[in-house]
Design a protein around this ligand. Structure first.
Ligand SMILES: Nc1ncnc2c1ncn2[C@@H]1O[C@H](COP(=O)(O)OP(=O)(O)O)[C@@H](O)[C@H]1O
Ligand SMILES: [Mg+2]
Length: 259
């Protein structure tokens, strides 16, 4: 057992607690001593993780997507086992920013096509999401912050800029190098998605900062449960939706850098 393992005994637990507190208790599990997490998801997200193609470098590293693993066998189908981006970071040094991309974070047609809602169900879900996009100002800002613990989602979404700035204020060293690095990775995600034959509705960028080494901040695209492919009539609209959101988020970080 390495020093780090011994010292970080509780770390796995703490990061699991973060995920659990966000209301994902049923769909996430830590495995392999916290190095990996298993996410119970839908078939579409599973397929993307199984063959990420051009997205490989911008999504969390995938271990496997089958469930022949004893640790996850009871989770049923469509389980993705991926790298736990929080692993090895002490809880008090972890800054995790989940930022949902897009002015619009739901689409009735997409909800209906994905088979997850009846037409009426999809209609009401879309209405609810539109109101939520409006309330949290996603619809004008192009992105919103999602708390990774049990804080008030609507309130934090609505005050996303303040929330992000407060989180970034926790960084005491190498802040400019960190922001430059984050902008660079956001740019890469944007470019990869521009070149891709798919786009996503309601996906997030997950920014993970270790306050001990903030300059090594890592950014990945997560929550890929609602992909839209090039043959879909909504493709162009949602590609633009994603691109605009990324531009707006990059502009925000550039403002932070300028201060
Ligand atoms: N690879 C990962 N490493 C660490 N934490 C993760 C990872 N993927 C997701 N999470 C955590 O779980 C939360 C929910 O993940 P997400 O994929 O958005 O699930 P959901 O579809 O339930 O919204 C994220 O906000 C993040 O805190
Ligand atoms: Mg999410």
């Amino acid at each position: 057992m390495s020093m780090r393992r011994a010292k970080s005994e509780p770390v796995g637990k703490q990061s699991l607690n973060l995920i659990l507190m966000a209301g994902h208790a049923g769909s996430f599990r830590e495995i392999d001593g916290g190095r990996k997490i298993a996410k119970k998801t839908n078939q579409k997200e599973c397929e993307i993780y199984a063959s990420p193609g051009e997205l490989r470098e911008i999504v969390p590293a995938v271990e496997r997507t089958n469930q022949d693993d004893r640790e996850v066998i009871d989770m049923g189908e469509n389980v993705v086992i991926m790298q736990n981006m929080f692993y090895g970071i002490q809880a008090q040094s972890l800054v995790a920013l989940d930022i949902k991309i897009g002015k619009s974070t739901a689409s009735r047609a997409q909800l209906f096509e994905s088979g997850e809602k009846s037409q009426v169900g999809a209609f009401f879900k879309e209405m609810k999401m539109k109101l939520y996009d409006y309330y949290t100002k996603s619809s004008t800002r192009g992105w919103r912050a999602i708390p990774v613990n049990d804080q008030n989602r609507a309130k934090i979404g609505r005050n996303s800029e303040i929330f992000l700035m407060e989180q970034l204020e926790r960084v005491n060293v190498n802040k400019n190098a960190m922001i430059t690095n984050i902008i660079c990775q956001l740019d890469r995600i944007k470019t990869k998605l521009e070149q891709s034959q798919k786009t996503f509705i309601a996906s997030s960028v997950l920014i993970v900062i270790n306050l001990q080494y903030p300059e090594n901040a890592r950014v990945k695209l997560i929550d890929l449960a609602h992909p839209i492919y090039a043959n879909n009539k909504l493709f162009k609209k949602y590609k633009e939706n994603f691109n605009e959101g990324m531009n707006s988020l990059i502009a925000f970080f550039k403002c932070c850098a300028a201060e």
